[in-house]
Structures are given as structure tokens and as C-alpha cells.
Design a protein around this ligand. Structure first.
Ligand SMILES: NC(=O)c1ccc[n+]([C@@H]2O[C@H](COP(=O)([O-])OP(=O)(O)OC[C@H]3O[C@@H](n4cnc5c(N)ncnc54)[C@H](OP(=O)(O)O)[C@@H]3O)[C@@H](O)[C@H]2O)c1
Length: 335
């Protein structure tokens, strides 16, 4: 079969290879991968910015969906022909996270989805709603689940709440869609006015260009009667965290997800305690959260937002497209 591997860091070293077809053992399923989707993590992984000790050669990329084409002995969860997505962290089935549960993440600790076939334990796959294409389903395991966790586990967004999203990438656009399902109002920042108008067509209530207005917390306050937002979906990292502290309301939640602008920040701790802010670190989510998310996607017939689909042969171009940050929502690869 064909796969992509990296044998050293850098997009130039992400190369197609021919390797033996994998075979499922007891309790495992063989997936014919039909689509994969890119997360910023996948780019960091290949560049060597995510895990400098990554074992190589490695098949990268965490998120994919496909068809079950063979099953090993003892498999009861899926049948031949089932349409499933992989789990990002197969060991986190439910309950609170632990070091053991978040070990074994796809496209990092273990090989990922950039292959025509992958073998996964039956606990490592999940059915997805029938109205979704393989490309759409491939966007769920990391980006969608992270946004879901931020809004409904790390916080509990309700109708009438205000949620702030930062930028218009995969996690943020899912957060927009899920927050709208819950009846919340969504304020969003972006580097681009054009992206903001596209996000408004997806339900964004108000938008602000953070390049022109890096002090966007003032704008959030103005748009919330001076109170601040109930939830901030924080993907910016060190460049945005101080603003998030100012923009969140008293007793509100900052769901700390991303580090797009850097990983270290100097900040004053006083507002965190005086304003009783909840800061919750998010690491994707569990299978139980995925199941809950699928129910909501099914009921509302929600469609993930895919900016562009690349053929498998143009996988490197897909990574380069994500790198330029021209997209809104997700970038997918069709196999
Ligand atoms: N903790 C977790 O479990 C978890 C899970 C998924 C993702 N993440 C992290 O979350 C972040 C986003 O991931 P993603 O896959 O959604 O990325 P993505 O699809 O590549 O989106 C990136 C977008 O973020 C916006 N952006 C870039 N720098 C920004 C800044 N300084 N302030 C505000 N927005 C900025 C840009 O949108 P505009 O052009 O519209 O500004 C850019 O297009 C990454 O750091 C990723 O590693 C963490």
C-alpha cells in the first residue's frame, strides 16, 4: 500500500512510500482510509515542533475516516463495511484523563492516518453520523472533539451565553458551530476581514480583526455590557492569553487549547483570583465525549466546514496550504 512517512523533520521529508499492507490481529480492525484531515498539530509534528523525540520513520496525521474492510478475532464493536473514524487518543475511553489514557495518540506516539490502510483496535474507532461524508467525518477526532470538550465538558455553555473564538481555523470554526447549536452568541477575531465575513455566514454574531485591534478584550467587554464572555476558546497562546483574561467575565472559563503565537507568557495572577476565572487545559477528549458530540451532530445534521480537499497524491500541498493559513475551518485529504 501507499503511505506517507517522515524519516526526518521538515515538510520536504514527508514522502510517499510503498509498505506492506497491515493485517488485523485479535480485537483489531483493518480500515481502508477514505479521508484524512489536517490539524495544526500535524504540521508541528512534521516540522519537529511538537515532539522533538518523535520516533521515525513515522506515518503522521491523527485524524481519518474510512471503511472497515477486515476484522480480527473477537471484534464485536464494528462489522465489515462500517463507516468509522479513528480516535485521536484510543486509550481515553471515558472518565477523567490520566497520563496513561492520553498516551498512544495517533500520528505522534504511534503511526497515523496517512496510509491507504490502517489497523486499529476496535476501541480505537467510532461510528459517525450517516449524513457525513468521509471527508467531513475525518474532521471530527481532534478539532471537533476539542471544541466540544471546551464548550460542554470544560465549561457548560448555555443559550444566551457569549463565547469568544480566536481565528477561523479548525477548532475555532467547530466551536462556533457548537456554540450556535447551544443557543450562545459568538464573538470572533481573525487576521482577515474577508474570513470574518465568511464566518458571519456560518453564524458568527460579531467579528473583529485582531491585526488592527490587538486589544480585542475591550471590544468583547463592549459587546457584553461590560461583563465579558462566559467562555473563551483560547487557541492563540502567549499572544492572546492576557487579552483572554481581560475578556472573560467574572467566574467565566478560559479553555486553554492552542499555542499558535507561542508557549510562554508573563502575566499577572491577580485578576485570575480576584475575578475567579476558571482556566481549564484541554487535551482533545474521550470516546464518551465523542459519542455525545456525534449525537448533537446527528440531531442537528451539522456539517463540518471544509475549506479545501486535496487528493492523496497532493498531501504535501495540503500541508503547505494549512501552513499559509488561508483556510477557514478544515483542510482535508481524499484517499
Ligand atoms: N489542546 C488540544 O487538545 C488541541 C486540539 C486541537 C488543536 N490544538 C491547538 O489549537 C490551535 C489551533 O489548531 P487548529 O488545528 O484549529 O489550527 P488551524 O486550523 O491551522 O487554524 C489556525 C488559525 O488560527 C488563527 N490564528 C493564528 N494565529 C493566531 C493568533 N495569534 N491569534 C488568534 N488567531 C490566530 C488563524 O486564523 P485567522 O487567519 O482567521 O486569524 C489561523 O488560520 C493550535 O495551536 C493547535 O495546536 C490543541
Amino acid at each position: 500500500m501507499q503511505a506517507y512517512q517522515i524519516s526526518q523533520f521538515g515538510l520536504d521529508y514527508l514522502q510517499p512510500v510503498q509498505i506492506a499492507d497491515p493485517k488485523p490481529g485479535p480485537g483489531e480492525v483493518l480500515l481502508r482510509v477514505r479521508a484524512a484531515s489536517l490539524n495544526y498539530r500535524d504540521l508541528m509534528m512534521v516540522r519537529g515542533h511538537y515532539d522533538p523525540k518523535l520516533r521515525m520513520p513515522r506515518i503522521p496525521l491523527s485524524d481519518g475516516a474510512g471503511e472497515v474492510v477486515a476484522i480480527g478475532d473477537g471484534v464485536t464493536r464494528v462489522r465489515l463495511g462500517d463507516r468509522v473514524a479513528g480516535l485521536f487518543a484510543r486509550n481515553w475511553q471515558d472518565g477523567a484523563p490520566s497520563a496513561q489514557k492520553i498516551r498512544g495518540a495517533m500520528g505522534g506516539d504511534i503511526d497515523g492516518m496517512l496510509a491507504e490502510y490502517v489497523v486499529l483496535p476496535e476501541n480505537g474507532v467510532i461510528h459517525f453520523p450517516a449524513h457525513l461524508t468521509y471527508e467531513e467525518a475525518s474532521t471530527l477526532p481532534c478539532a471537533a472533539l476539542t471544541a466540544w470538550n471546551a464548550l460542554f465538558t470544560a465549561s457548560s455553555v448555555k443559550a444566551g451565553d457569549t463565547v469568544v473564538i480566536q481565528g477561523t481555523g479548525g477548532v475555532s470554526i467547530f466551536a462556533l458551530q457548537f456554540a450556535k447549536l447551544a443557543g450562545a452568541r459568538v464573538l470572533g477575531t481573525s487576521s482577515s476581514d474577508e474570513k470574518l465575513s465568511r464566518a458571519k455566514k456560518l453564524g458568527l454574531d460579531e467579528g473583529l480583526n485582531y491585526k488592527q485591534h490587538p486589544d480585542w478584550a475591550t471590544w468583547v467587554k463592549e459587546n457584553t455590557g461590560g461583563e465579558g464572555a462566559e467562555v473563551i476558546v483560547e487557541v492563540g497562546g502567549s499572544g492572546t492569553f492576557s487579552e483572554s483574561i481581560k475578556a472573560v467575565r467574572m467566574g467565566g472559563t478560559i479553555a486553554q487549547i492552542g499555542v499558535l503565537s507561542g508557549i510562554e507568557d508573563k502575566l499577572s495572577l491577580v485578576p485570575i483570583l480576584m475575578r475567579q476565572i476558571h482556566i481549564v487545559g484541554i487535551h482533545v477528549g474521550s470516546r464518551a465525549m465523542f459519542t455525545a458530540m456525534n449525537r448533537a451532530i446527528e440531531v442537528h445534521k451539522l456539517k463540518p466546514v471544509i475549506d479545501k480537499v486535496f487528493p492523496f497524491a497532493e498531501t504535501v500541498a495540503a500541508y503547505r496550504y494549512l501552513e499559509t493559513a488561508q483556510h477557514i475551518g478544515k483542510v482535508a485529504i481524499r484517499l
